[in-house]
Design a protein around this ligand. Structure first.
Ligand SMILES: [Zn+2]
Length: 216
């Protein structure tokens, strides 16, 4: 797999710090599963985080600090701690996503949300939305900007937009400044995993019309 689009440093730092919403953390874990380069960068951001902890001035602990730490041991582990996941040779989906979906991509309860576009909401907890989008060849998603950050990972097929061409394994790491209109540019469905930390804002009449139906 030849990957040409990767995450911003800020995204990997937030991933290392464990501060991304659940869906975004899942998406980062999926890309890391495929991308040696970002796995290497994550080892660096993990190390930076550790160094920052080391440089903090020690503070007095409260009397119940030990109990508070022990209580944390009972909390469920973060599900997508994936830097350790080794890539498999021929898996179609990245392992962290396959684990969440539990079935092949064609057996999922896709919902048609417009001409040539199907969606599946993963219904993860936390702010923002996490969904799979399956877009037919030649179809474009309405022009939109973001009020927050949007991460996209291409799982199959490809699309092009103002930022370039995005193929399987590539990520688009967009903030609120960017306005774009992706269009599927091969004769294969394009399937993406998309995670946001706030709702999208569509521009243009078509976008405003479809927004309530897509529920983005
Ligand atoms: Zn990467």
């Amino acid at each position: 797999m030849k990957i040409s689009h990767h995450f911003d440093d800020a995204t990997l730092m937030a991933y290392s710090a464990g501060s991304l919403p659940q869906g975004m953390a899942l998406l980062v874990a999926c890309h890391l599963h495929w991308c040696e380069q970002c796995r290497e960068r994550t080892r660096e951001t993990d190390a930076v985080g550790g160094a920052m902890l080391d440089s903090l001035t020690p503070a007095m602990l409260t009397d119940d600090a030990l109990n508070a730490v022990l209580a944390c041991l009972d909390e469920p582990e973060q599900e997508f701690s994936l830097s350790k996941a080794e890539p498999l040779a021929d898996d179609h989906l990245p392992a962290p996503l396959a684990q969440v979906l539990g079935k092949p991509i064609d057996d999922l309860p896709w919902k048609r949300i417009g001409y040539g576009v199907r969606q599946l909401d993963l219904e993860l907890d936390g702010p923002g939305a996490t969904r799979l989008l399956r877009i037919s060849p030649g179809v474009s998603v309405p022009h939109h900007t973001h009020s927050g950050n949007e991460l996209t990972l291409i799982l199959q097929g490809s699309y092009s937009d103002e930022m370039g061409r995005f193929c399987r394994g590539d990520v688009a790491d967009l903030d609120g400044e960017v306005s774009h209109q992706p269009i599927v540019d091969t004769d294969e469905d394009c399937i993406c995993l998309i995670a946001t930390d706030a709702p999208l804002k569509f521009s243009g009449l078509m976008g405003r019309l479809v927004q309530p139906f897509i529920g983005l």
